[in-house]
Unconditional design. Structure first.
Ligand code: DGJ
Length: 302
């Protein structure tokens, strides 16, 4: 039995810290792949692999300042290093496998490394889950600002990109094109003026739930969720979940595994200066009647 202690920086199978903050996990051909932010050296996104969600093997720095770039017709800005020669800022990487193209497609929040004014999203692709991703540049969907973000893939393969817009005041939902390479339609502008960050979506018993945080930098705050019968249907207003700090966490993503719904959050290291010490949490989610609840656990067996 292997217990994961919540709130600390977990180690991989070689005893090295797991650098996969603000991340995302997909399941592909018998393995989970965990993508997340890695701010060391010239790295942007790292990928880890596990068969059991507990023992993680580092696979590769899948996106770095040196990643190969390849233009894509709707994107014009291809910059993995800024004008000053410094790193840009890539946050909250999310990856989906596209059944039709056979590509793994990453969407990630892009900033220029100096400030948060670009508010854009970048796209990268790879033929394998843990190979070198090819960078296709960043853009503002339909010209909108796009900061904290997530992806969600529905059972029929339709995918959605959700991101904070209008200086984080509103949360936008876009349906993606079939190849997941572009947005196809802005389907929602949700919760105007509510300043939601860190969105994460899960489908339970045919209904859709979206968790998010409030906008307080790296400090945790009261999580909230909303519900809808369809991604493109009407979303409810926001209901509180967890305690006033979401049990000291900010949402990263939610997965379903062995009949459980598992919320993964980041416990950021203060204001970002202790970023490398940022820990992870997993809290079970469950429906009580029609209410979604988060269970606080100090440690968890997956
Ligand atoms: C909150 C976001 O959720 C984080 O990913 C990061 O962008 C910080 N803001 C930066 O202050």
């Amino acid at each position: 039995m292997s217990l994961l202690k919540n709130g600390i920086l977990w180690k991989d199978v070689h005893g090295e810290p797991i650098h996969a903050h603000g991340g995302y996990i997909i399941f592909h051909e018998g393995y989970f792949y965990w993508y997340g932010e890695d701010r060391r050296e010239n790295y942007y996104v790292s990928c880890y692999r596990s068969a059991n969600l507990t023992d993680w093997e580092f696979r590769r720095h899948v996106l770095t300042t040196q990643s190969r770039m390849q233009g894509y017709r709707v994107r014009t800005t291809m910059q993995l290093v800024n004008e000053d020669g410094n790193k840009v800022n890539l946050e909250r990487p999310k990856v989906l496998y596209n059944q039709k193209t056979g590509k793994f497609v990453m969407w990630v929040h892009y900033e220029n490394g100096k400030n948060y004014h670009d508010a854009a999203v970048a796209v990268a692709t790879c033929d394998t889950p843990d190979g070198d991703f090819v960078y296709h540049g960043h853009f503002n969907p339909y010209g909108y600002m796009s900061r904290d973000c997530t992806l969600f893939q529905d059972d029929d393969g339709t995918a959605y990109f959700i991101s904070a817009s209008r200086d984080n005041a509103d949360l936008h939902m876009y349906r993606l094109t079939d190849d997941y390479m572009n947005v196809e339609k802005l389907v929602h502008r949700l919760w105007q003026g509510e300043y939601r960050e860190a969105p994460a979506v899960v489908k339970i018993d045919g209904k859709y739930y979206m968790l998010s945080s409030f906008c307080t930098g790296w400090a945790p705050n009261q999580g909230k969720y909303a519900m809808a019968d369809a991604m493109e249907g009407d979303w409810s207003t926001l209901t509180e979940i967890g305690d006033e700090t979401t049990y000291q966490s900010q949402p990263a993503f939610i997965i379903r595994w062995k009949g459980r719904v598992l919320y993964y959050g980041d416990r950021w290291g203060g204001d970002g200066s202790r970023y490398f010490e940022s820990g992870y949490v997993v809290y079970p989610l469950a429906l009580e009647g029609d209410r979604l609840v988060m269970e606080y656990v100090d440690q968890i067996e997956l």
